[in-house]
Write a protein that binds this ligand. Structure first.
Ligand code: FCB
Length: 505
């Protein structure tokens, strides 16, 4: 999201415009729109061709322990593929060549996650102050993130750094133990009373270490995708440790902890990153990434279905967004929030992950009245997962209306080629909806495709493939190949528009 409001930026934009071929329309996204791709550490690092597995793999994360545990794999309610992590794309070793591909495609931005457990494989409890934290941090972990950032800089690309993308260190979350017995396990991850404090410590540490080269930070990725499959309903589509079912009290505790942790991490990053890396006058912009999902009534003429859509929209989207964007907290999940000074002013931009919509039918009573009076839907009628490009427009316009003044960045959008092979059409159709919203004045500043290359898709392992570049998980060199979407994306970036022959009716 580098802005071109500096003299240098204006000059660069002017020069780029002057270099245009006569008759070529420069429009659509504009010169300062960020085009990128996104990855997450757990998903891409593993599977190095030659670096030994014990260095390549971050074995201290809860997700690592969860997917590699034969006990967890054996429980069908965990929906684990059992795919060996060594089939991953090995970005830990191959990042230079992957970033070469990103650069050749024209990407100006790259989103990746720092893995808390890679930097702090052992506890930070009781460790206070930067020097003391540095003494317990993993030099190899820190060095890896410095090298990625240097590689981005060398290619003229800007980093967007996610601090928490689902994974927690095992010293704060016993994923396998909590999966077996959530009441008695220790440590309990998002249920640990000091998790926001420890996350803030880690966030401030990273912001000080990487701040001279990083201006854009994301505290958390998709918090609802931690709470729902983690404490309420793990499904084949997505599970998340501890993968507990219908644990309402714990779900509420985890949700409130994630809201508090966002505020605490935001403060810590702002305090620690005081260096303006891109010269636009701001040292740190802190956002959160949310999977904003349109919730539709199955029958728009049914008052019951419409009420269900409104209610579930609040539980799924509005509740968390109101808390982090407005500082208004509905802590008893009844649809009515109260302003909380401690949560206000913590979010400079919203990262939007857009994949699909939900369609549902209503019920008179709440399914889980003790949890929330708003759960008035029939889970058996729920439909999701369809490719629905219009939802991109719906989400962007809705966010602009509900949270005016909050800049938006699409931090993930992509599709599993196994389910939808026409990735070039997918890209064009979704970008057309971004342009539609932008033309109506929505402040959307960037788009990151998920993902740069095929990667270890959580419980699915290498069984779902979202990459711009495919990865052969069984080839020792983890060979990559461009999918048709690469050429489509390259042309979009070059034109800063969706070229007419790519556009989808
Ligand atoms: C999102 C996650 C990302 C990836 C994509 C397919 O929910 O943020 O890590 O798994 O889905």
């Amino acid at each position: 999201m580098a802005r071109t409001n500096t003299l240098q930026g204006l000059l660069a934009a002017g020069l780029a415009a002057a270099a245009l071929a006569p008759g070529c329309k420069k429009g659509g996204f504009g010169e300062d729109f960020a085009f990128g791709a996104a990855v997450a550490g757990f998903q891409v690092d593993m599977g190095c061709p030659t670096i030994p597995a014990e260095e390549c793999e971050d074995r201290g994360s809860d997700w690592y322990q969860f997917v590699t545990s034969t006990v967890a794999q054996a429980r069908s309610s965990n929906f684990l593929s059992g795919d060996p992590v060594g089939r991953g794309p090995g970005f830990y070793e191959l990042y230079e060549e992957d970033l070469d591909r990103a650069q050749a495609l024209g990407l100006t931005h790259f989103r990746f996650s720092v893995e808390w457990s890679r930097v702090f494989p052992t506890t930070t409890r009781g460790v206070e102050g930067h020097e003391a934290l540095l003494a317990v941090a993993s030099p190899a972990g820190l060095d890896y993130y410095r090298r990625i950032i240097a590689a981005l800089k060398a290619r003229g690309m800007r980093p967007l750094v996610t601090l928490h993308h689902y994974t927690l260190p095992a010293w704060i979350h016993d994923a396998v133990g909590c999966n077996q017995d959530l009441t008695r396990c220790r440590p309990r991850g998002w249920l640990e009373p000091d998790i926001a404090t420890e996350l803030a410590k880690y966030a401030g540490f990273m912001a000080k270490e990487l701040g001279p080269e990083v201006d854009e930070w994301v505290t958390e990725n998709e918090p609802f995708a931690v709470v729902l499959p983690g404490f309420l309903q793990p499904t084949e589509t997505r599970t998340n440790p501890p993968a507990a079912s219908l644990r309402f009290e714990e779900a509420r505790t985890a949700m409130l902890a994630m809201i508090d942790a966002h505020a605490a991490m935001s403060d810590a990053v702002k305090a620690a990153d005081t260096v303006d890396a891109d010269g636009d006058g701001e040292a740190a912009r802190v956002g959160i990434v949310y999977n904003v999902t349109p919730i539709h009534a199955k029958d728009p003429d049914s008052a019951l279905d419409r009420r269900a859509a409104t209610n579930i929209d609040h539980l799924y989207n509005g509740l968390f967004l109101d808390a982090v964007l407005l500082g208004v907290l509905d802590d008893d999940l009844d649809g009515v929030g109260e302003p909380q000074a401690r949560l206000q002013g913590k979010t400079d931009f919203l990262g939007v992950n857009y994949y699909t919509r939900v369609v549902l039918q209503g019920t008179i009573d709440s399914l889980f009245p003790d949890f929330s009076p708003l759960a008035t839907f029939d889970p058996l009628t729920l439909e999701q997962g369809a490719v629905y490009p219009e939802g991109m427009y719906e989400v962007l316009t809705r966010l602009q209306a509900d949270y005016p003044g909050v800049p938006l960045v699409i931090t993930e959008n992509g599709v599993d080629v196994g389910a939808y092979p026409e990735t070039d059409r997918f890209l064009a159709a979704h970008l057309q909806q971004v342009l539609r919203a932008k033309d109506e004045g929505v402040d959307v500043r960037g788009y990151y495709y998920w993902s740069l290359m095929d990667n270890y898709e959580w419980n699915h392992g290498m069984g779902m493939r979202f990459g711009l570049f495919s990865v052969d998980p069984d080839a020792p060199a983890k060979t990559r190949a461009a999918r048709p979407v690469v050429e489509a994306y390259r042309r979009v970036i070059e034109a800063r528009d969706v070229p007419a022959d790519l556009a989808v009716e």
